[in-house]
Design a protein around this ligand. Structure first.
Ligand code: PEP
Ligand code: MN
Length: 346
């Protein structure tokens, strides 16, 4: 259930409503907006009786039953966009944010060079995996903590924020020490032990859509993180597995449009893993801007031919600079649309 309080309801009035909901056996979460408090009630109980009782309270404007299994991440629960502040950028607001860097952190030279290139191109965050989820156990598995230290060094030198993957709940506190954003890989989207741990990690999360996950399953995984205490979740479309083989995955642009109707969480497109081929990345990136994503996460390697992972889909420095320059007019239109939307909702 979602309970919307009347404008400017007092703290006592909110407390009375919370107590009533709890009497019916529900757990309560509230979101305090500037003018209005919205309360979410989750759990098992007599919904009809509870709704009737709440609607009889004068401080309650509206109490509705939510049929979608995800609540906190739904637009019904929170109509305003969630804005996530990281490394001087605001993701989910009026700014289109680009995160870029190599698939894996390979060496100090490689990551520092990458950081400089992506910062120059206008990226706000540096990506790079120190823990790598590889399909084969014989492939490069990542530099682990040493990789995290190199990322932190790149942040100190460039001011870029760091986004890097965490694969296991055991490593969450270690990765959170170094990273600004924790990335959850496609293969871990439904690792529920990991998702629960992220609720308390104190860092924003970039949650990638599973290889064969539906949009609703992606939202349910985000719901885990938010329900466990962390509201700062970004969703990432990175292509899904279909019968098509020309691209590595099928870039589900429609999912981005659908997500922006269904959730207040920011949505990021990863055109690199969707395409699997560097020549296709700039076109998909443009599509991401046009469909209203909040940002991109793109693979760029100073020498893609030498990359230990995902070289074929990594842009080289020149291609990255060109993509960023070519995106500018599209981002300007994106910004106009965002500002118009913000103005319309104020
Ligand atoms: C990556 O970002 O390098 C990665 C492994 O992504 P995904 O989990 O989407 O495959
Ligand atoms: Mn990769």
């Amino acid at each position: 259930m979602i309970i919307s309080m009347r404008l400017h309801a007092t703290k006592e009035e909110v407390a009375q409503v919370r107590a009533r909901i709890e009497e019916f056996g529900y757990k309560v979460h509230s979101i305090e907006g500037e003018e209005r408090v919205v309360i979410g009630a989750i759990g098992m109980g007599d919904v009809t009786a509870c709704l009737e009782s709440l609607e009889a309270m004068p401080q309650v404007e509206k109490a509705v039953r939510i049929s979608a299994p995800y609540k906190f991440v739904s637009k019904e629960f929170r109509p305003e966009r969630t804005e996530i502040k990281v490394a001087g950028a605001t993701i989910g607001g009026d700014e289109f944010v680009v995160m870029a860097g190599p698939c894996s952190v390979e060496s100090e030279k490689q990551i520092l060079e990458s950081a400089e290139i992506v910062a120059k191109g206008g990226a706000k965050l540096l990506r790079g995996g120190a823990f790598k989820p590889r399909t084969s156990p014989y492939d490069f598995q990542g530099l682990e903590e040493e990789g995290l230290k190199l990322l932190a060094k790149a942040r100190t030198l460039t001011g870029l924020g760091i986004v890097t993957e965490v694969m296991s709940d055991r490593d969450v506190s270690l990765v959170a020490e170094y990273a600004d954003v924790l990335q959850i890989g496609a293969r871990n989207m439904q690792n529920f032990a990991l998702l629960k741990t992220l609720g308390k990690c104190g860092r924003p999360i970039l949650l990638k859509r599973g290889l064969s996950a539906t949009v609703k399953e992606l939202l349910m995984s985000a719901e885990y993180i938010v329900a466990h205490g962390n509201p700062d979740v970004m969703l990432c479309e990175r292509g899904i597995r279909t019968f098509e083989t020309v691209t590595r995955n099928t870039c589900d642009i429609g999912a981005i449009a659908a997500l922006s109707e269904m959730t207040h969480l920011p949505v990021i497109l990863d055109p690199s893993h969707a395409a699997g081929k560097r020549s296709l990345v700039p076109a998909l990136a443009r599509a991401g801007v046009a469909v209203g994503a909040d940002g991109l996460i793109v693979e760029m390697h100073p020498h893609p031919e030498k990359a230990v992972s995902d070289g074929a889909q990594s842009l080289d420095p020149k291609q990255f600079a060109k993509m960023m320059a070519d995106l500018k007019p599209y981002i300007a239109l994106w910004k106009q649309a965002r500002m118009a939307e913000t103005a319309a909702t104020v």
